[in-house]
Structures are given as structure tokens and as C-alpha cells.
Ligand binder design. Structure first.
Ligand SMILES: Cc1cc2nc3c(=O)[nH]c(=O)nc-3n(C[C@H](O)[C@H](O)[C@H](O)COP(=O)(O)O)c2cc1C
Length: 187
């Protein structure tokens, strides 16, 4: 049984990044038994990190703020695969997803990360490098296995936004990555 946590960063439910995350999940489900927990950041009650550093002291919970982040900590620790799906907003991941990542300070220990496979899915009009760069920069410390899918959703010739559902090559890439990662972890 593969355990998967999917963090949806976009406020647009069933938008581009959600759709790619769904194709990734379908790829996984096509061959393996999976248990998937989806969290839509925009719908959760998650306060920003207060920088109080309480999480550096032994606590009953990971963070003293008792909000929806507590469920994400548990799901993260139980998961083999963690998907971060987000559009680019003003040069970075959405604020909703960044808030979750800041709160991960409470579990920022390689022992919680090193056996995990991360799948970063980014949809964008112009650029994705800052967000991919963030995951690449922390990878050598946390030692998760990093997989990235990026997808441009703008036709720069016509200036039109292209819904990702029309970009078959990317839907296929997400589906195939699901199959491949399932195979890698299950074997
Ligand atoms: C408020 C806002 C800010 C955006 N900022 C950027 C940006 O800085 N860079 C970029 O490449 N695309 C930017 N975009 C475009 C989205 O990233 C793109 O349309 C994406 O495919 C939307 O994915 P979603 O449907 O999952 O929300 C922005 C879109 C919005 C609504």
C-alpha cells in the first residue's frame, strides 16, 4: 500500500495544477493500491508560522498552533509520496502553499524527510524557476527524492491561456510519472 499526501496550493479547484495532480494520482492508482489524502490549502484553517520557535522544545504536538496543520503533520509523516501542486503567483508558489511549508518548520528534520518521494507540480505563464529552485536547494539537506513537472499554460504567440486539459503531453507526463514512481517505491 502506497500512502500519498497531496497538497493543493491553488485556490482554483480543478484548475491546471489540480488537474495534473489528478493525472499523477491516476497513474499511481492504475497499478498500485494507494491511500491518498488530499488537502486543499485554500479551504484550510492554517495560520502562518509565528516564529516563536516553540517547536524547538519538546512538545506534545509538533506546533503549538492547534489548527488544520496538525492533520497535515500526521499525514506527511505517514506518507511515502508527498505532492506539492501549485500555480506560480507573482514569482513563487501560492501564499496558501507557502504558509503550509513555513509551518513545516516544526518537522524540519531530515529523519522525517529522507524516505519520502516528493512530486512538485507547477503550472505557470512565464516562469517556474524560483519554486523549483527552492525544492532543489533544500533537497541535499533533507534528502527526499525529488521529481518535478512544470507546465506552461499560456500560448505566447496568441497570448491565450490554455487549460492544461488541452495539453495532452503534460497530462501523459503526469500519469506516467505516477506509474513510474509507484513501480520505484513498490519494488
Ligand atoms: C494572481 C496571479 C498571479 C500569477 N502570477 C504568475 C507569475 O508570477 N508567473 C507566472 O508564470 N504565472 C503567473 N500566474 C499564472 C498562473 O500561474 C497560471 O495561470 C497557472 O496555470 C494557474 O494554475 P491553476 O489553474 O492551478 O491555478 C498568475 C496567476 C494569477 C491568478
Amino acid at each position: 500500500m502506497l500512502r500519498v499526501l497531496v497538497l493543493h496550493g491553488s485556490p482554483r479547484k480543478n484548475g491546471n495544477s489540480d488537474t495534473l495532480a489528478n493525472y499523477f494520482k491516476e497513474g499511481l492508482k492504475s497499478r498500485w493500491e494507494v491511500e491518498i489524502e488530499d488537502y486543499f490549502a485554500n479551504e484550510l484553517n492554517i495560520k502562518p508560522c509565528q516564529g516563536c520557535l516553540s517547536c524547538e522544545k519538546p512538545l506534545d504536538e509538533f506546533c503549538i498552533q492547534q489548527d488544520d496543520m496538525q492533520a497535515i503533520y500526521s499525514s506527511f509523516l505517514n506518507s511515502d509520496i508527498v505532492v506539492f501542486a501549485t500555480p506560480m503567483y507573482w514569482g513563487y508558489m501560492t501564499a496558501q502553499l507557502k504558509t503550509i511549508i513555513d509551518r513545516m518548520e516544526a518537522i524540519a528534520n531530515p529523519e522525517y524527510f529522507e524516505n519520502k518521494t516528493f512530486v512538485v507540480i507547477i503550472t505557470y505563464r512565464h516562469h517556474y524557476e524560483s519554486t523549483v529552485g527552492f525544492f532543489e536547494r533544500i533537497q541535499p539537506f533533507f534528502k527526499f527524492n525529488l521529481n518535478v513537472i512544470t507546465c506552461c499554460t499560456k500560448d505566447h504567440e496568441t497570448d491565450r491561456d490554455i487549460p492544461v486539459i488541452e495539453i495532452k503531453s503534460k497530462l501523459n507526463e503526469a500519469f506516467e510519472l505516477g506509474k513510474e514512481i509507484g513501480e520505484r517505491i513498490a519494488n
